[in-house]
Design a protein around this ligand. Structure first.
Ligand code: BES
Ligand code: MN
Ligand code: ZN
Length: 500
């Protein structure tokens, strides 16, 4: 989409549709909405007076220009209650307007930046949220649909209109950031939406190499032989049953001159399909396990945004890409393997595979002397039960890191709920025969999400946070800018955290 800022009033802007807004309960229209209302001879006020349009968040009203104004249509989008206005309101309102515009067949859209009178939010951040909401709502994944379902017309132009010339610069920089972040989210969604037969570990490695080339980043891909030579027995235990070769992918972004600084490290679970292995999953909904690489997708999406924004930080992405399959050579329950750090693990259940992959990646991260490490993983069904798709689970050994991530998540509409990681749970990963077990006994496992996190904790020696995104990574219903399928969860949050 072509996105520009334009200096001028919205009521004289030509477009297939112009977008203004309304807070719930407002009857006297001011600002841009009042100006458009006046130009239309009070049409908006009349509809509000009738009670047919209330301004609830995401509600839309369509009126027609009828040659009175240059625009063909006017979309009024509801912002909800003024006292509840937050950055995510802008994303939701922009999404509602964009979806309404597409439905109407509008190709060009002009909009104001949605704001609350005297709000304390940063204008650039609001413009960024506007662009994110628009681009992310219009996202579709239809490349495998070769028949029927004619693509409706697409919104191709977005003009952000502003009357105050002092504000144009902030809006422009917000647009640039919004485009970069949305590109990252969209890459993450695409990667996760591809089925397991396409998005294989090799595919992810190729995507990482292409990404690194696009942005002048360093990239390294380790194959199974290299991983064996390094002693990554935990990771390799997961790929043992698969015909698809596993890949350990390292992508490094360094701003010029800063290569020696301690990096911020992002670690992604990239299980391109999780059958459960010999501890086979039931058939119902097993197909969803093509999304089990959403953590890896979020890391690559973040690196895409980082490359576009040229952030001033050293950032390393580590991705463990493998399938988890049953097979003659597959790992069996009861097997014991040695991890990169030298610790031995009893594999109680081969379906607890994500933590095996991450164990070796987190162990590897020690070598980087990181400032902080954040891993993202669709790790446990237990976090789905605990939190649903409203919050991702956050586990951290560092309070400052945890709150920085929570603050970032509130700003980007990807909230995190902190879960416990205390000493009380230390015994949860104990094993009678090895240094630790990948799962506690019992079915269902008590505190299943904590169990996963406590296992990972054994491998870290630095400020660390673990995001269990099993529920938030796909099919997060009820968020207007998140279509069905992969959500790209984590990209906005990580970019926000890295920029702060
Ligand atoms: N990839 C799954 C976690 C998952 C489950 C993600 C449901 C999204 C939806 C993970 O590898 C897994 O299988 N976890 C098991 C652990 C179990 C063996 C204790 C789970 O949560 O059921
Ligand atoms: Mn599993
Ligand atoms: Zn899994």
């Amino acid at each position: 989409m072509d996105i520009h800022v334009h200096h001028g009033p919205i009521q004289t802007t030509a477009a297939d549709a112009i977008v203004v807004n309304l807070f719930q309960g407002v009857t006297h229209l001011g600002g841009a909405t009042g100006a458009v209302d006046a130009a239309l001879g009070g049409q908006i006020s009349a509809v509000i007076g009738s009670g047919d349009f209330k301004g609830k968040l995401g509600e839309t009203l369509v009126l027609y220009g009828r040659g009175v104004i240059p625009a063909s249509r006017v979309i009024v989008v509801g912002l909800g209650k003024a006292e509840e206005f937050i950055l995510d309101t802008v994303r939701c309102a922009a999404a509602a307007a964009a979806l309404a515009a597409r439905k109407l067949g509008a190709r060009s859209l002009a909009t104001i930046v949605h704001r609350a009178r005297g709000d304390q939010l940063d204008l650039a951040a609001e413009a960024q949220a506007l662009v994110e909401g628009t681009l992310l709502a219009l996202y579709e994944f239809k490349i495998y649909k070769t028949q029927g379902d004619e693509t409706p017309s697409q919104v191709e132009y977005l003009t952000v209109v502003e009357t105050d010339s002092d504000r144009l610069e902030a809006i422009s920089s917000g647009i640039v950031a919004g485009e970069a972040v949305a590109a990252g989210v969209i890459l993450a969604r695409d990667l996760a939406n591809h089925p397991g037969n396409v998005a294989t570990p090799t595919y992810l490695a190729n995507q990482a190499v292409a990404l690194a080339e696009r942005h002048g980043m360093r990239v390294e891909v380790w194959d199974a032989d290299r991983m064996r030579a390094e002693g990554m027995g935990a990771f390799l235990s997961v790929s043992a049953g698969s015909a698809e070769p596993p890949k350990f992918i390292i992508v490094e972004y360094a701003p010029t001159g800063d290569a020696v600084l301690s990096p911020h490290v992002l670690v992604g679970k990239g299980v391109t399909f999780d059958t459960g292995g010999i501890s086979l999953k039931p058939g119902a909904k097993m197909g969803d396990m093509k999304f089990d690489m959403a953590g890896a997708a979020a890391v690559l999406g973040t690196m895409e945004a980082v490359g576009r924004l040229s952030l001033n930080r050293r950032i390393v992405g580590l991705i463990g890409a493998t399938e988890n399959m049953p097979g003659g050579k597959a790992t069996k329950p009861g097997d014991i393997v040695r991890t990169l750090t030298g610790a031995t693990v009893e594999i109680v259940n081969t379906d607890a595979e994500g933590r095996m992959v991450l164990a070796d990646l987190l162990g590897f991260a020690r070598r980087l002397q990181p400032a902080a490490v954040v891993d993202l993983a669709t790790l446990t069904g237990a976090i789905v039960v605990a939190l649903g798709s409203q919050y991702a689970g956050l586990f951290a050994n560092d309070d400052a890191l945890a709150s920085a991530l929570q603050v970032a998540g509130e700003a980007t509409g990807e909230p995190l709920w902190r879960m416990p990681l205390g000493k009380r749970y230390d015994d949860i990963v104990k094993s009678k025969v090895a240094d630790m077990a990948n799962l506690a006994p019992g079915s269902p496992v008590p505190a299943g999400a904590v169990n996963g996190a406590k296992f990972l904790e054994r491998f870290v020696q630095y400020p660390w946070a673990h995001l269990d995104i099993a529920a938030t990574a796909w099919d997060a219903k009820d968020i207007s800018y998140i279509p069905e399928g992969a959500t790209g969860f984590g990209v906005r949050l990580l970019v926000q955290w890295l920029r702060a």
